[in-house]
Design a protein around this ligand. Structure first.
Ligand code: GLP
Length: 235
Protein backbone atom coordinates (compact mmCIF):
# COMPACT_ATOMS: atom_id res chain seq x y z
CA UNK A 1 0.00 0.00 0.00
CA UNK A 2 1.53 3.32 -1.03
CA UNK A 3 2.38 5.84 1.68
CA UNK A 4 -0.05 8.78 1.40
CA UNK A 5 0.79 12.20 2.76
CA UNK A 6 -2.18 14.61 2.93
CA UNK A 7 -1.24 18.31 3.02
CA UNK A 8 -3.71 21.09 3.92
CA UNK A 9 -3.85 22.72 0.49
CA UNK A 10 -2.58 22.64 -3.04
CA UNK A 11 0.40 24.89 -2.47
CA UNK A 12 1.55 22.91 0.55
CA UNK A 13 1.26 19.68 -1.45
CA UNK A 14 3.27 21.11 -4.36
CA UNK A 15 5.95 22.39 -1.99
CA UNK A 16 6.22 19.07 -0.17
CA UNK A 17 6.37 17.24 -3.51
CA UNK A 18 9.21 19.50 -4.72
CA UNK A 19 11.07 19.04 -1.41
CA UNK A 20 10.98 15.26 -1.82
CA UNK A 21 12.42 15.54 -5.34
CA UNK A 22 15.10 17.99 -4.18
CA UNK A 23 16.14 15.75 -1.28
CA UNK A 24 16.75 12.87 -3.69
CA UNK A 25 18.67 15.05 -6.17
CA UNK A 26 20.89 16.35 -3.36
CA UNK A 27 21.63 12.80 -2.24
CA UNK A 28 22.32 11.61 -5.80
CA UNK A 29 23.18 14.53 -8.13
CA UNK A 30 23.40 12.24 -11.18
CA UNK A 31 19.80 11.18 -10.61
CA UNK A 32 17.75 9.95 -13.60
CA UNK A 33 14.39 11.70 -13.31
CA UNK A 34 11.15 10.69 -14.98
CA UNK A 35 9.30 13.98 -15.44
CA UNK A 36 5.62 14.82 -15.82
CA UNK A 37 3.64 17.78 -17.14
CA UNK A 38 0.07 18.93 -16.47
CA UNK A 39 -1.30 21.78 -14.42
CA UNK A 40 -0.55 20.05 -11.13
CA UNK A 41 3.19 20.12 -11.79
CA UNK A 42 3.55 23.83 -12.61
CA UNK A 43 3.82 24.77 -8.94
CA UNK A 44 6.27 21.92 -8.32
CA UNK A 45 8.63 23.18 -11.03
CA UNK A 46 8.26 26.72 -9.66
CA UNK A 47 9.51 25.54 -6.24
CA UNK A 48 12.37 23.53 -7.79
CA UNK A 49 13.47 26.56 -9.84
CA UNK A 50 13.39 28.70 -6.68
CA UNK A 51 15.51 26.10 -4.86
CA UNK A 52 17.96 26.15 -7.77
CA UNK A 53 18.24 29.94 -7.57
CA UNK A 54 18.28 30.41 -3.81
CA UNK A 55 19.72 27.19 -2.43
CA UNK A 56 21.98 26.08 -5.25
CA UNK A 57 20.00 22.92 -5.98
CA UNK A 58 21.77 21.67 -9.12
CA UNK A 59 20.56 19.52 -11.98
CA UNK A 60 23.87 19.76 -13.85
CA UNK A 61 24.58 16.04 -13.44
CA UNK A 62 20.96 14.88 -13.74
CA UNK A 63 19.25 13.26 -16.71
CA UNK A 64 15.53 13.34 -17.46
CA UNK A 65 12.97 11.42 -19.46
CA UNK A 66 9.51 12.92 -19.86
CA UNK A 67 6.47 10.69 -19.64
CA UNK A 68 4.57 11.76 -22.70
CA UNK A 69 4.01 14.14 -25.61
CA UNK A 70 1.24 14.86 -28.11
CA UNK A 71 1.55 13.48 -31.62
CA UNK A 72 1.76 15.73 -34.62
CA UNK A 73 2.39 19.12 -33.03
CA UNK A 74 5.01 21.23 -34.83
CA UNK A 75 8.24 21.93 -32.89
CA UNK A 76 7.70 24.92 -30.62
CA UNK A 77 3.90 24.57 -30.49
CA UNK A 78 2.84 26.34 -27.27
CA UNK A 79 0.77 23.39 -26.02
CA UNK A 80 3.49 20.78 -26.59
CA UNK A 81 5.02 19.24 -23.49
CA UNK A 82 8.44 20.21 -24.88
CA UNK A 83 7.36 23.87 -24.69
CA UNK A 84 5.84 23.34 -21.24
CA UNK A 85 9.08 21.82 -19.92
CA UNK A 86 11.19 24.61 -21.39
CA UNK A 87 8.89 27.31 -20.01
CA UNK A 88 8.45 25.89 -16.51
CA UNK A 89 11.75 24.13 -15.86
CA UNK A 90 14.55 23.58 -18.38
CA UNK A 91 15.04 27.28 -19.25
CA UNK A 92 15.55 28.11 -15.56
CA UNK A 93 17.86 25.37 -14.26
CA UNK A 94 21.33 24.07 -15.10
CA UNK A 95 20.43 20.71 -16.66
CA UNK A 96 22.40 20.41 -19.94
CA UNK A 97 19.95 20.40 -22.90
CA UNK A 98 21.37 17.07 -24.10
CA UNK A 99 20.41 15.44 -20.80
CA UNK A 100 16.69 16.15 -21.15
CA UNK A 101 14.66 13.69 -23.22
CA UNK A 102 11.07 13.69 -24.45
CA UNK A 103 9.44 10.80 -26.29
CA UNK A 104 9.18 10.94 -30.07
CA UNK A 105 6.24 9.21 -31.73
CA UNK A 106 8.61 7.87 -34.42
CA UNK A 107 11.19 6.45 -32.02
CA UNK A 108 9.36 4.62 -29.22
CA UNK A 109 11.76 1.64 -29.11
CA UNK A 110 14.77 3.98 -28.98
CA UNK A 111 13.20 5.78 -26.02
CA UNK A 112 12.73 2.51 -24.15
CA UNK A 113 16.33 1.51 -24.96
CA UNK A 114 17.69 4.85 -23.71
CA UNK A 115 15.72 4.51 -20.46
CA UNK A 116 16.79 0.88 -20.02
CA UNK A 117 20.49 1.85 -20.08
CA UNK A 118 20.31 3.50 -16.65
CA UNK A 119 16.77 2.99 -15.48
CA UNK A 120 14.78 5.82 -13.89
CA UNK A 121 15.65 6.58 -10.26
CA UNK A 122 12.62 8.73 -9.51
CA UNK A 123 9.44 8.90 -11.60
CA UNK A 124 7.09 11.77 -10.81
CA UNK A 125 3.45 11.45 -11.80
CA UNK A 126 0.21 13.40 -11.84
CA UNK A 127 -3.10 11.62 -12.21
CA UNK A 128 -5.88 12.20 -14.75
CA UNK A 129 -9.53 12.53 -13.73
CA UNK A 130 -10.06 9.07 -15.22
CA UNK A 131 -7.04 7.60 -13.43
CA UNK A 132 -4.64 7.96 -16.34
CA UNK A 133 -0.90 8.18 -15.65
CA UNK A 134 1.22 9.65 -18.39
CA UNK A 135 -1.20 9.16 -21.26
CA UNK A 136 -2.03 5.59 -20.26
CA UNK A 137 -5.80 5.83 -20.49
CA UNK A 138 -8.25 3.31 -18.98
CA UNK A 139 -7.63 -0.05 -20.66
CA UNK A 140 -3.85 0.34 -20.78
CA UNK A 141 -2.20 -3.05 -20.20
CA UNK A 142 0.17 -3.51 -17.27
CA UNK A 143 2.77 -4.79 -19.74
CA UNK A 144 2.64 -1.66 -21.94
CA UNK A 145 5.82 0.17 -22.97
CA UNK A 146 6.43 3.46 -24.77
CA UNK A 147 3.95 3.62 -27.64
CA UNK A 148 1.44 5.76 -29.52
CA UNK A 149 -2.04 5.80 -27.96
CA UNK A 150 -5.47 7.30 -28.68
CA UNK A 151 -6.48 9.91 -26.12
CA UNK A 152 -9.75 9.49 -24.25
CA UNK A 153 -12.43 12.06 -25.12
CA UNK A 154 -12.45 13.19 -21.46
CA UNK A 155 -8.69 13.82 -21.55
CA UNK A 156 -8.95 15.86 -24.75
CA UNK A 157 -11.71 17.94 -23.16
CA UNK A 158 -9.70 18.45 -19.94
CA UNK A 159 -6.61 19.56 -21.88
CA UNK A 160 -8.45 21.84 -24.32
CA UNK A 161 -7.59 24.82 -22.11
CA UNK A 162 -3.90 24.46 -23.04
CA UNK A 163 -4.65 24.96 -26.75
CA UNK A 164 -5.31 28.17 -28.67
CA UNK A 165 -9.02 28.88 -29.24
CA UNK A 166 -10.45 26.87 -32.15
CA UNK A 167 -7.55 24.41 -32.22
CA UNK A 168 -8.36 20.77 -31.45
CA UNK A 169 -6.37 18.70 -28.96
CA UNK A 170 -4.49 16.01 -30.94
CA UNK A 171 -6.27 12.65 -31.04
CA UNK A 172 -3.08 10.73 -30.32
CA UNK A 173 -0.06 10.95 -28.04
CA UNK A 174 3.12 9.03 -27.29
CA UNK A 175 3.54 7.84 -23.72
CA UNK A 176 5.73 5.65 -21.56
CA UNK A 177 3.78 2.49 -20.76
CA UNK A 178 2.66 1.12 -17.41
CA UNK A 179 5.59 -1.32 -17.42
CA UNK A 180 8.01 1.55 -18.19
CA UNK A 181 6.64 3.50 -15.22
CA UNK A 182 6.67 0.52 -12.85
CA UNK A 183 10.34 -0.14 -13.70
CA UNK A 184 11.33 3.14 -12.01
CA UNK A 185 13.15 2.58 -8.72
CA UNK A 186 10.97 5.05 -6.86
CA UNK A 187 7.67 6.81 -7.72
CA UNK A 188 6.06 10.02 -6.40
CA UNK A 189 2.47 10.83 -7.35
CA UNK A 190 0.85 14.24 -6.86
CA UNK A 191 -2.93 14.70 -6.73
CA UNK A 192 -4.51 18.07 -5.95
CA UNK A 193 -8.02 19.46 -6.16
CA UNK A 194 -11.50 17.96 -5.86
CA UNK A 195 -11.53 16.76 -9.50
CA UNK A 196 -8.92 14.13 -8.59
CA UNK A 197 -10.66 12.73 -5.50
CA UNK A 198 -12.54 9.94 -7.25
CA UNK A 199 -9.60 8.75 -9.36
CA UNK A 200 -7.27 8.84 -6.35
CA UNK A 201 -9.60 6.84 -4.11
CA UNK A 202 -10.15 4.26 -6.85
CA UNK A 203 -6.39 4.03 -7.45
CA UNK A 204 -5.52 3.52 -3.79
CA UNK A 205 -8.53 1.59 -2.50
CA UNK A 206 -10.36 0.09 -5.48
CA UNK A 207 -9.40 -2.99 -7.47
CA UNK A 208 -6.07 -3.09 -9.30
CA UNK A 209 -7.43 -2.86 -12.83
CA UNK A 210 -6.61 -1.41 -16.26
CA UNK A 211 -9.87 0.56 -15.84
CA UNK A 212 -7.91 2.79 -13.46
CA UNK A 213 -4.30 2.79 -14.71
CA UNK A 214 -3.05 4.52 -11.52
CA UNK A 215 -4.21 1.46 -9.53
CA UNK A 216 -1.26 -0.44 -11.07
CA UNK A 217 1.03 1.66 -8.88
CA UNK A 218 0.05 -0.68 -6.03
CA UNK A 219 2.18 -3.34 -7.75
CA UNK A 220 5.26 -1.20 -6.98
CA UNK A 221 7.09 -1.37 -3.65
CA UNK A 222 8.22 2.27 -3.43
CA UNK A 223 5.37 4.67 -4.25
CA UNK A 224 4.58 7.79 -2.24
CA UNK A 225 1.40 9.78 -2.84
CA UNK A 226 1.31 13.46 -1.93
CA UNK A 227 -2.12 15.07 -2.08
CA UNK A 228 -4.10 17.97 -0.71
CA UNK A 229 -7.26 17.69 1.40
CA UNK A 230 -9.51 18.33 -1.61
CA UNK A 231 -8.10 15.29 -3.44
CA UNK A 232 -8.22 13.16 -0.28
CA UNK A 233 -11.93 13.56 0.55
CA UNK A 234 -12.92 10.08 -0.65
CA UNK A 235 -10.01 8.19 0.97
C1 GLP B 1 -2.18 15.13 -18.50
C2 GLP B 1 -0.81 14.43 -18.59
C3 GLP B 1 -0.54 13.65 -17.34
C4 GLP B 1 -1.05 14.46 -16.17
C5 GLP B 1 -2.55 14.46 -16.18
C6 GLP B 1 -3.19 15.40 -15.16
O1 GLP B 1 -2.87 15.13 -19.67
N1 GLP B 1 -0.55 13.62 -19.75
O2 GLP B 1 0.82 13.35 -17.25
O3 GLP B 1 -0.62 13.91 -14.97
O4 GLP B 1 -3.05 14.67 -17.48
O5 GLP B 1 -3.10 16.72 -15.59
P1 GLP B 1 -3.36 17.97 -14.66
O6 GLP B 1 -2.24 18.02 -13.69
O7 GLP B 1 -3.37 19.14 -15.58
O8 GLP B 1 -4.66 17.75 -14.00
Amino acid sequence: IPACDVLPDRQAAETEFARRIAAKVRRKPDMVLGLATGNSMIGVYRVLVAMHRKEGLSFAAATSFNLDEYCGLPAGHPASFASYMREHFFAHVDMPPGSAHLPDENACADYEAAIAKTGIDLQILGIGRNGHIGFNEPGAPVTSRTRVVELAAATRTANQRDFPAGEAVPARAVTMGIATILAARSILLLATGPAKAEALAAALEGPVTPQNPASFLRLHADVTVICDRDAATLL
